[in-house]
Design a protein around this ligand. Structure first.
Ligand code: NAD
Ligand code: UD1
Length: 337
């Protein structure tokens, strides 16, 4: 298939491009490089040993630019990663987040249907479950109250695409609810490249390891979990990437609407991650216990059985590989791209 990959220069998009090409697909990336570098695409091409990845630097809110892309290319499907994703920033800048994520997706969906490309895989998030009603979380767990505008955009955009598919059943919509992606390509050539102080756990740990930050703050040790720290379902980004390739099957089968949890099904605490990182990489990560972070929940991990049953997809990597590959990327690229 030929796939339009919005946001393809980003963390998850760049890894997904590799798995798409490895599976025999081709892709064109549209990205405005707001949170990424073109160098990521150069490295993806290097890993794949191909000349280049077709790339158009454009904002998906720019209708004219998208029209041009669709007039000069034929796509079988779109994998839609483009969006803003920093939770804290979304609380401070709600209008920017709603505008970019909602409006960008509206323009994209409209241009897609005008060009009769009605197949989309959307990057959703476990955040749509809020404080989950059931653990492990299955797809029929009711959606919950999101505590921030970023999460609201994911939840609302899911609903937009559900309604669109209901109104026009030619659409095939796959909503992938990612749990906590970490790790990097085993080559160490591409990985997560956050701007400023990282919000998420693994990039903070790797920046401590590389000497950019002094010590990790562990946000709360009084949760009802095995060691008191928050428990999450960390998933290797390469496994997440292959989930997108598998999700194309739901489109090929014309499944209509499909929703999948994409996680490993294992919950690890903050201290489990820190200890595994130290053991696997033979490093010491100084940390201090800090108060709980506003909006955090105690435990979040999924039951990924539906994706295995319907897509034949299952995570292959464990926490040790995630810690090894995150460090391999950071060590080789202390300042990112
Ligand atoms: P990322 O920021 O690395 O990648 C997103 C890309 O989209 C960036 O390259 C950015 O420049 C681009 N972009 C943003 N707005 C755009 C616009 N208007 N037009 C064109 N390009 C635009 O993020 P990521 O971690 O790769 O996440 C990809 C998707 O997955 C996002 O939608 C994110 O919300 C979602 N997601 C991520 C996580 C995570 O932990 N990383 C978890 C759940 C869901
Ligand atoms: C966060 C977002 C979520 C988003 C996801 C992936 C919030 C409330 N949720 O999830 O919407 O989909 O990232 O981008 O921000 N931790 C520390 N110290 C740190 C950083 C994190 O102890 O410096 C802890 C957190 O309290 C949590 C765990 O590590 O228990 C994971 O945190 P993080 O990586 O930010 O992911 P989530 O909070 O699960």
């Amino acid at each position: 298939m030929n796939i339009l990959v919005t946001g393809g220069a980003g963390f998850i998009g760049s890894h997904t491009l590799i798995e798409l090409y490895k599976a025999g697909h081709t892709a064109l990336v549209v990205d405005n490089l707001y949170n990424s570098k073109e160098e990521a695409l150069t490295r993806v091409a290097g890993i794949l040993d191909i000349d280049h990845i077709p790339f158009v630097k454009a904002d998906i809110r720019d209708r004219e630019a998208l029209e041009k892309v669709f007039s000069t290319n034929t796509f079988d499907a779109c994998i839609h990663f483009a969006g803003l994703k920093a939770v804290g920033e979304s609380v401070a800048k709600p209008l920017e987040y709603y505008e970019n994520n909602m409006n960008g997706t509206f323009v994209l969906l409209d241009v897609m249907r005008r060009h009769n490309c009605k197949n989309i895989i959307f990057s959703s998030s476990a955040t749509v479950y809020g404080d989950p009603a059931i653990i492990p979380i299955t797809e029929d767990c009711p959606k919950g109250q999101c505590t921030n505008p970023y999460g609201q955009t994911k939840s609302m955009l899911e609903q937009v695409m559900i309604d669109l598919q209901k109104a026009d059943t030619e659409w095939n919509v796959v909503l992938l609810r990612y749990f906590n992606p970490i790790g990097a390509h085993p080559s160490g050539r591409i990985g997560e490249n956050p701007n400023g102080i990282p919000n998420n756990l693994m990039p903070y740990i790797t920046q401590v390891a590389v000497g950019k930050r002094e010590s990790l703050g562990v946000f709360g040790n009084d949760y009802p979990t095995h060691d008191g720290t928050g428990v999450r379902d960390y998933i290797h980004v390469v496994d997440l990437a292959t989930a997108h390739v598998a999700a194309l099957q739901a489109i090929e089968r014309k499944q209509g609407l499909a929703v999948y949890n994409i996680g490993t099904g294992h919950g690890y605490s903050v201290l489990d991650v820190v200890n595994t990182f130290m053991k696997v990489n033979n490093l010491t990560i100084p940390y201090q216990i800090k108060p709980r972070r506003a909006g955090d929940i105690a435990t979040c991990y999924c039951n990924p059985a539906k994706a295995e049953k319907e897509l034949g997809w299952k995570a292959q990597y464990g926490l040790e590989e995630m810690c090894r590959d995150s460090w391999n990327w950071q060590r080789n690229n202390p300042n990112g791209y």
